[in-house]
Design a protein around this ligand. Structure first.
Ligand code: BTN
Length: 320
């Protein structure tokens, strides 16, 4: 991976033909080795022009979530330092869970071009067509009691929010884990954890973000409720860049979580979601609650004032 990344950096920086001899000398490997890596790069879907006496030129790259592509946009110390890339997987959360059980360290990410059984919240399915969106799972190993884990969902939503905002859109946050644009869901986070003796062994932060999916590519049912970055702006996005920036933002908020407190995360989320004082209708397992939101508990629950009585609602769907 390092050699491929190095070679692609040379090709990108030159933006013209560059000789195999020159690169070989700079990296300190043979011309034959360069030729071998160029073949591997082509097999990965990059278009390379080759001219005798002039060398190689990068014409265009594929829009893939290769680790070396994500790495170009990463500014982190831990999260995303190791990226496991899959063309297709059952669910990135399931794979990350298996890897974490096997001892994969904190910060390792699993990305996939498509998922067969993408998992949504409350047992729902996450629509995961190939090479359109981002399906990402990050392994975290915070040293905390399981009761303090919930704000990790909020920090993930905040990272997604900042990433979308930096692209010039106006996202909003919806309890507990949704990021919307113009009232339609563009992203969600699914947290899964493994605990042991009152401690967290690991947390899997699973993020689905709709990027280049068109309205026609969505099923009828989700069409009315969901959107993508492409649908909002009519622009195609380089998914590796969105992913790298998202992971960078994720580490920023995770650092606040571990070095300051989960309270800080809850309070940033609460402000950004502008949820306090709002009239909400929440459906929890068939029961409807209506009232004024008094805020968010550190356990992630919504505090809802129903006719003068405060109720704590742990899970459910919010209707504004
Ligand atoms: C939600 O219902 O809002 C949460 C959706 C989370 C979907 C992502 S896609 C990547 C990761 N792998 C999964 O199977 N689910 C999460």
């Amino acid at each position: 991976m390092d050699r491929i990344k190095e070679l692609l950096t040379f090709l990108r920086e030159k933006n013209d033909f560059i000789s195999g001899d020159y690169i070989a000398g700079k990296i300190g490997i043979s011309r034959t080795a360069i030729w071998k890596y160029i073949n591997q790069i082509e097999q990965a879907g990059y278009e390379i022009a080759k001219l005798k006496g002039k060398g190689y030129r990068l014409i265009q790259g594929p829009d893939r979530l290769y680790s070396w592509e994500i790495d170009r946009f990463l500014d982190t110390g831990v999260i995303g330092r190791k990226v496991i890339y899959k063309e297709n997987v059952d669910s990135t959360n399931l794979l990350a869970f298996r890897l974490a059980l096997g001892g994969e360290p904190e910060g390792t990410c699993v990305v996939a071009e498509s998922q067969n059984v993408g998992k949504g919240r409350l047992g729902r399915v996450w629509f995961s067509p190939e090479r359109k969106n981002l399906y990402l799972s990050v392994i975290l190993r915070p040293h905390i009691h399981p009761s303090r884990v919930y704000p990790i969902t909020f920090l993930s939503s905040l990272a997604i929010y900042d990433t979308i905002k930096a692209l010039g859109m106006e996202p909003t946050l919806k309890w507990p884990n949704d990021v919307l644009i113009q009232g339609r869901k563009v992203s969600g986070t699914l947290l899964e954890l493994s605990t042991e003796a009152e401690m967290i062994r690991f947390v899997i932060v699973g993020i689905g973000l709709n990027i280049n999916m068109t309205e026609e590519e969505m099923g009828d049912e989700i069409q009315r409720k969901a959107t993508s970055l492409l649908m909002e702006t009519k622009k195609i996005y380089e998914r590796a860049s969105v992913c790298g920036r998202l992971l960078t933002n994720l580490e920023k908020y995770y650092t606040i979580f571990t070095e300051k407190s989960e309270l800080e995360i809850c309070s940033i989320w609460e402000k950004r979601a502008a949820i306090k004082g709002k009239y909400l209708e929440i459906v929890q397992m068939g029961t409807h609650y209506k009232g004024i939101c008094e805020g968010i508990g550190t356990d992630g629950a919504i505090l809802l004032n129903e006719n003068g009585t405060t109720k704590k609602i742990i899970a459910g769907d919010v209707n504004f």
